[in-house]
Design a protein around this ligand. Sequence first.
Ligand code: SF4
Length: 221
Amino acid sequence: MKYILENPVAGTIGLVKYQCTLQWRNGKIIADEPPSSGGGDQGPDPHSLLASAVASCALITMRMYIDRKGWNIPQLQVNVNMYQEKVNEKLTTIIDRDIVFDEGVPEDQKLKLQEIANLCPISKILENDIKLRTFIFKTGETKTIKYANDEITVLWKPAFCQHSTRCWKQLPQVFNPSIQKWIDPNGAPAERVAEQVKRCPSGALTFLYPSDQPGKPVQPV
Ligand code: SF4
């Protein structure tokens, strides 16, 4: 299992209503709510961000295709909006994506680009099954099992595990839930084991290096 993003988008919110700072690979953007929802409108609201993903992914995918074909289409516009319908208690969100071409684009190229827009990566995400999972990081005392070698001690708190599958799908040489002694710190270099432990979203995994104070696990970041 490999995440699509090398680093997760990291969002934070403080006391300023409802300004969120979203750290992405190469910078930061602000998200907010409009004044009608009590925000300061300092950035796009979450629905606008979702619409932006739908618009930009189609635009990029179409541009790549146009350039590959050598077509003369210097500019394209995409407008995205959405609404929701409830039929028999089932809520469906309809996202409309309108492609606007400048004068002179041949009809066959427009039709092909409509098809290409529907094949963009974000369309594939939204039109297939999606599972949204939310984890919390727990701290505190609970039964802890240690798995150690000379370079690293991995600490495992079974009661905290939220079964994200992240550890064993990303580093199966070390984490193997199908056997009883399921963590083998010898399966990868200590730095790689530590890096994986830091990705545990629940606090079930922490680690110690030999130089660390006993009983004071280094908290994942
Ligand atoms: S990464 Fe953490 S929460 Fe996820 S399965 Fe492994 S121990 Fe459990």
